[in-house]
Write a new protein. Structure first.
Length: 284
């Protein structure tokens, strides 16, 4: 059950970090979210790994390096996706990303779960989508439905990226994967900077909202660290499924931090998510 507790910790970190990142997102364009996030990964990931594991990391085979490059490139699209339209709308569709990863795992690595586990994951995904589902009034006001396409793009890129990361971790282990992912991601950031000329202007780092974003990005990286470790101990379908409960934590944290109230719809979603979590845990 090591994967279960690691994944729960991941979801908690992601739930809190999403609230912090969203608070500062208007002042930090996607380009700089990527640059800062990847720069911080050298500290949050690589430094602890070098202390724990040492400096001996054999160069992965070329096909694994290409797999890591593919995952990194797909992850770089995330902040661009959620910057399109209202995040409350786009994020609803993006939250369905586990379906992509689970489907790929089922097709390409023949990963199978018990029926009870599939039922639990279905409950978790359903509850998570209910939690972030926007109100009818907001949907009616949004005449531009491009957020559906952007949300689907985000779900696919994250889902495929997580699947590629799982393939890499199975081959070289989570620590080596994170070290090379951090290095490659910073190289991809340079390419990102070259392409995205519109957002090159350096933001004012010491603005309060940017410091909030910084805290959110650090917490997000801590969550990803545990997420990749969980891949070592559990099936990708289970890890991805349980990690998707982060919207429930996000709503609860937002209630405490932003004095928001949980609506009956969100309460039902959280309840469904918890039920799915218990089913998965029992089935494991």
């Amino acid at each position: 059950m090591t994967w279960f507790f690691l994944t729960l910790s991941t979801a908690l970190c992601w739930g809190i970090s999403q609230v912090l990142i969203k608070k500062g997102f208007d002042h930090l364009p996607p380009l700089w979210n990527n640059i800062i996030n990847n720069g911080l990964s050298l500290i949050v990931w690589v430094v602890p790994i070098l202390i724990i594991h040492g400096f001996s990391f054999p160069l992965p085979p070329s096909h694994i390096l290409l797999t890591i490059l593919g995952a990194s490139s797909l992850y770089h699209l995330f902040f661009y996706v959620i910057s399109q339209g209202k995040i409350s709308l786009t994020g609803t569709v993006v939250s369905g990303y586990p379906v992509i990863t689970i489907a790929l795992s089922h097709i390409f690595i023949a990963e199978r779960l018990m029926l009870l586990q599939y039922i639990g994951i279905a409950c978790i995904l359903t509850g998570s989508i209910i939690v972030v589902l926007p109100e009818k009034v907001e949907l009616k006001k949004s005449r531009d439905i491009s957020w559906i396409l952007w949300g689907f793009t985000g779900a696919v890129t994250i889902g495929v990226g997580d699947f590629l990361s799982k393939l890499s971790i199975d081959s070289i282990g989570p620590f080596t994967h994170m070290v090379f992912l951090a290095i490659i991601s910073n190289a991809v950031s340079l390419f990102n900077y070259t392409v995205d000329k519109k957002n090159r202007h350096v933001p004012h780092i010491f603005q309060q909202r940017l410091l909030t974003s910084l805290g959110g990005l650090i917490l997000n990286l801590v969550g990803v660290f545990m997420f990749y470790l969980a891949f070592k101990y559990g099936k990708v379908s289970l890890v991805i499924g349980v990690s998707s409960i982060y919207p429930a934590f996000m709503v609860i944290f937002a209630m405490k931090l932003l004095n928001e109230k949980i609506s009956p719809k969100q309460g039902a979603g959280i309840g469904t998510t918890i039920a799915g979590l218990l089913i998965v845990g029992f089935g494991s």
